[in-house]
Design a protein around this ligand. Sequence first.
Ligand code: MN
Length: 350
Amino acid sequence: MISNLDKKKFNKVWQRILSSDRILLVSHINPDVDAISSLGVLIEVLKTYNKKYIAFAEKKGDDYHYLPNFEDVISDKDELLGRVGDEFNGGIKAKEDFLKYFDLVIIVDCGSIERTFISENIHIAANLMLETFIVEIDHHLPVKTYANIEIKTQLSSATELLYYFLKENKLEINRNMANCILAGILTDTGNFLYSSVNEKTLEISSEMMSLGAQFPKLLNSTWRNKNFLEMKIWGTALNNLKINKKYNIAFSVLSYEDLNLFRNISQDLSSDIFGDIVAFMSSLSEANVVLLLREEEPGKIKGSLRVGSSDKDIDVACLASYFGGGGHKKAAGFMVEGKIVKENNRFKIQ
Ligand SMILES: [Mn+2]
């Protein structure tokens, strides 16, 4: 449930939207379904109210074309700057302060501002005390405040939080919005498997279906969409699975060479594959915590942490923050520099 304070903030955000003419919507780099769907919901609202907007999420893959308003999301920073120049006549003088062309920036589903890819601009905007108003709507644990209004409530997905935004402001939920909201919930809960699901999540999902969200169709696009290579990567990850009995941490690694083997055949990996693998690992009943490390780019190791199915009171976000990452109590991630090396059936990080 959301608090009365959040409800008040949602009303304020809506007033801001109504009084703004140039709105920038932003989500995180390498957006997942929840990120694109959250942008999709907001785009739908802004279209209905004839607002001028630009939506941006750096490095958007092609996987999510089935989501409403997917084409409307710009995923390249130069394109973003170009669009800002075109839309707001006269072009941009300093790239650094392009945010001043907007009255309002709404950032959704970003655990930390660094993941927006315009964090620098936001810091500059704050320093220059531009009149651009910044709103943050997110369902991750709060990290640092930088927004004028910050709504950070731990719910299943950012789209679930946006559902409350719509309800609180008595905005009509159309079929596109319903599909977006259900898609975000489905993917951020591993199809209702995680403990972030409560009766309200299910109620909202059911309401979205009655408003036209296509549950089987979304499942086909989000889950029953694995290709052969992805299955083989699942196989390698499970093959490399180990358990540290002292701490009951199960972990697996995918070295750059492991992944490159597949990359040579095809580039076509769905961006959620590693999240899906670590989610599956977390069903291992002996493990308190599971960790998947992979070197997607040479020299950069990404780690995903999940609380295991024993569901002990462990905060993996705390563990991730030790490595400069963040996330939720039960699901978190980080990135460190290094190389994964396999030696005599053991893995080392160099
Ligand atoms: Mn999310």
